[in-house]
Design a protein around this ligand. Structure first.
Ligand code: ZN
Length: 451
């Protein structure tokens, strides 16, 4: 694996050897971060934060090492157009150029502000007090603007929003998203309104009951295994906010949480993360620890989680198979039928909270955030006006108004982390999932029967 350090190594091998070290630092940081969210006792936080900051600094130092960019430049003339090595160099250069574009002082200031901001947001949300968070958000948005301007100055983007969304969905632009999300807005708003005005109320009781953690875990694990998650190359653990992370080839971690009176949160949360996990377990092992070894974008990643959670998990065909499995693990559901369950899994009800939204309304939650954060990053809206803008946008798109800011503008962690331009990747994932499922149905023919 230290192929690049020998004298006989070519320039591409030198780049790959350096990349292997960079990947190992990232992997070590991922282990610490996973542990922090799953097992670490509360008092471990301060030391863990310090350790993660050191690793982040090391990671950045390695990326901006002049020897690396030199090796990439040297290698450039030696590779064939259209070759795998050319792709390695393209991805390596992209990561290096982005790391070099942001001055070290700004990166450190941003990291420190982010950590304070997340704590401030947590308290402000608990107190439903926007004024307590506004100064912190103002500071953070200022830093995000500086970061975006640094990418523009380095020639890596044309608009601030382009610079930001490119971190999550390489090559995607604000202008493209405006067309896509505008279309969805125009078509979904009247559809959701018609559903809301229909007066039909779906009976969701088939999904409710009293379910133990053990029983829900056993159900979730059996489903995860049946749809292909490899427990010899992964783990499933509890965490406050479900997520997926990969330490390296052969070690993918997914997490879940559950409600004890509704099985949907636990089971669909697991199917969602299993989708992410299958994508990570499916990445070609030959590319591990190389510039081609990671997910291509967040939207593509999300397409895999949504495909398993929604297109498979909420389908009739899946439940023809899954119902007996559920009856076995959750015996109190033994009178529930597929006919009774199917509407309960697919009810469309305009609501306030994105993470609890159904498939019909979910993308409108994203449209709202996109419209607001574009204006936020361009400076077109003042921080103090955000809560009203949020409520008016929800009223217009979904016909609902939050009773307080905790259920409104403060509900998501993303802006508190300085992650602006991230939300559209959820909608891209929804759309890609549907397109992939449709294409698979055409290719396979009897996809749902086989399910
Ligand atoms: Zn996801």
């Amino acid at each position: 694996m230290e192929a690049g350090t020998g004298t006989a190594a070519g320039p591409v091998e030198t780049v790959l050897a350096k990349w292997s070290d960079i990947a190992s630092i990232g992997s070590a940081a991922a282990v610490l971060a996973w542990d922090q969210e799953t097992l670490m006792p509360p008092q471990g936080g301060a030391q863990r934060g310090a350790s993660l900051a050191v690793l982040a600094g090391l990671h950045h130092d390695q990326l901006v090492d002049p020897a690396l960019i030199e090796a990439i430049d040297d290698a450039g003339s030696a590779v064939e157009a259209g070759s795998e090595n050319e792709a390695h160099l393209r991805e390596a250069r992209r990561a290096v150029e982005r790391a070099r574009a942001v001055p070290g002082d700004l990166a450190r200031e941003f990291a420190a502000a982010r950590s304070r901001s997340m704590q401030t947001w947590q308290q402000a949300r608990a107190d439903s007090d926007f004024a307590a968070f506004a100064p912190m958000l103002r500071e953070l948005v200022g830093l995000v603007r500086q970061e975006a301007d640094a990418y523009i100055a380095a020639g890596l983007a044309e608009t601030r929003y382009d610079a930001l969304v490119d971190q999550y969905e390489p090559g995607t632009t604000e202008a493209e998203l405006a067309v896509l999300l505008g279309d969805l807005r125009d078509q979904l708003t009247p559809l959701v309104k018609a559903v809301a005005d229909s007066g039909v109320v779906i009976d969701e009781s088939p999904a409710r009951g009293v379910f133990s953690e053990e029983a829900q875990l056993a159900l979730g694990r059996e489903v995860a295994e049946a749809i292909g998650f490899d427990f010899d190359a992964g783990r499933l653990d509890l965490s406050a906010h479900p997520f997926t992370t990969r330490f390296g080839a052969g070690d993918v971690r997914i997490t879940w949480r559950y409600d004890d009176d509704d099985f949907r949160s636990g089971l669909f949360g697991i199917m969602h993360e299993v989708g992410h996990g299958l994508y990570e377990q499916g990445l070609p092992g030959d590319y591990a620890r190389t510039p081609l070894g990671d997910a291509v974008s967040l939207g593509v990643h999300e397409s895999q989680s949504r495909l398993w959670e929604n297109l498979v998990g909420r389908s009739r065909a899946f439940w023809e198979w899954a119902l007996p499995v559920m009856h076995r693990h959750l015996p109190s559901t033994d009178a529930v039928t597929v006919d009774a369950l199917y509407p309960a899994l697919n009810a469309v009800v305009p609501s306030l909270i994105r993470v609890e939204a159904d498939q019909g309304t979910y993308n409108l939650h994203i449209v709202a955030r996109f419209e607001i954060e574009r204006r936020l990053i361009s400076g077109d809206v003042d921080i103090d006006d955000l809560p009203d803008l949020w409520d008016d946008t929800y009223d217009e798109l979904l016909g609902v108004r939050a009773p307080d800011v905790a259920a409104g503008v403060l509900q998501d962690i993303h802006w508190a982390m300085g992650s602006i331009g991230y939300f559209p990747t959820y909608t891209l994932g929804n759309l890609l999932a549907s397109q992939l499922f449709d294409a698979a149905s055409r290719d396979v023919g009897d996809l749902t029967e086989q399910m």
